[in-house]
Design a protein. Structure first.
Length: 237
C-alpha cells in the first residue's frame, strides 16, 4: 500500500502532464487495485493540492470533465506576450447567440432570432458547432421539426465552469460586456466616432472567434424589431 504522500505526488504529476482534465475515475485508474485510494481519500488529496497552489501562478480547478492545472487569469496578458499570441476575438453577435443558447437551452435557431430580433447567420451557428461549444440536442415536435441546440462540456471547460449552474447570474439590467468580463472573454472595443469609422469598427467586431480562423460573416438582418440597444439580460431573461 502506497503512503499518502506518494499517492498525492502521483496525482499531482498526472494532472501536470495531462492534456485534458482528469476525472477521479481516471486518477484512481492509475493505481493498482490494492494501491488505489478511496474516493474520499482522493477528494481530500485534490482539496489539499488546490489549497497548496492557492495564490500562486497556477491553480487546480474542477471543470465539467474533471480536474486540471491552469494558469491564473491575471497572468494571461504576460503569457501572450511571451508566446507572441493575439488574444481570441469574439463578435458581439456570436456572444449574444451563445449566451441565449446557454441561458435558455434547449432552443431552436428561431428562438435565438426571436430574442435577438435579427437573423442569426449560418456562419455564426457553424462556428459555434465547429468550436464544440454548442451541439444539436434533438428536434422540437412541431411542423418542420427544427433542431434544438444546447451547450457542451467543451463549452463548460473552455469557460472554466463545472456546470451550467455556474454561469454568471443574469440580472435584469445586465450588459453583455459584464457577462463577458465574468467569463474572461475579450470583446472588441466600441467607441463613438464618425459614421465611416463606426462602420469599420462594427466590421472589425465581427472578426473570427479565433485569430487563426477565417472571419465569420455575420450581417444582422432585422426580423421584426431591432432590440440590439437593450441590455442582453432583457432579451435572454
Amino acid at each position: 500500500m502506497k503512503n499518502k504522500t506518494e499517492i498525492s505526488n502521483t496525482v499531482e504529476a498526472a494532472l501536470f502532464s495531462a492534456e485534458e482534465p482528469l476525472s477521479t475515475k481516471d486518477l484512481r485508474g492509475m493505481f493498482k487495485p490494492e494501491d488505489a485510494p478511496a474516493t474520499d481519500e482522493l477528494n481530500a488529496i485534490l482539496d489539499q493540492l488546490a489549497s497548496d497552489y492557492h495564490g500562486r501562478g497556477i491553480e487546480l480547478v474542477s471543470v465539467a470533465n474533471g480536474y486540471r492545472f491552469q494558469t491564473q487569469v491575471q497572468y494571461a496578458s504576460a503569457l501572450r506576450r511571451l508566446r507572441e499570441l493575439r488574444p481570441p476575438r469574439y463578435s458581439r453577435a456570436l456572444l449574444e447567440t451563445l449566451a441565449i443558447i446557454a441561458y435558455r437551452q434547449p432552443v431552436t435557431r428561431g428562438d435565438v432570432e426571436e430574442v435577438r430580433g435579427v437573423a442569426v447567420s449560418t456562419d455564426i451557428m457553424r462556428a459555434l458547432l465547429e468550436r464544440g461549444w454548442v451541439r444539436q440536442m434533438g428536434e422540437r415536435e412541431v411542423p418542420g421539426r427544427p433542431a434544438l441546440y444546447g451547450t457542451t462540456t467543451d463549452f463548460l471547460e473552455y469557460f472554466n465552469l463545472a456546470s451550467i449552474q455556474q454561469l454568471p447570474e443574469l440580472a435584469d439590467q445586465r450588459d453583455l460586456a459584464e457577462i463577458a468580463k465574468d467569463l474572461n472573454i475579450l470583446l472588441p472595443e466600441l467607441r463613438q466616432t464618425s459614421s465611416e469609422e463606426a462602420e469599420l469598427a462594427e466590421r472589425d467586431s465581427e472578426e473570427s472567434i479565433d485569430s487563426d480562423e477565417n472571419p465569420v460573416a455575420d450581417v444582422d438582418r432585422p426580423i421584426d424589431s431591432d432590440t440590439s440597444t437593450q441590455p442582453v439580460a432583457d432579451r435572454i431573461g
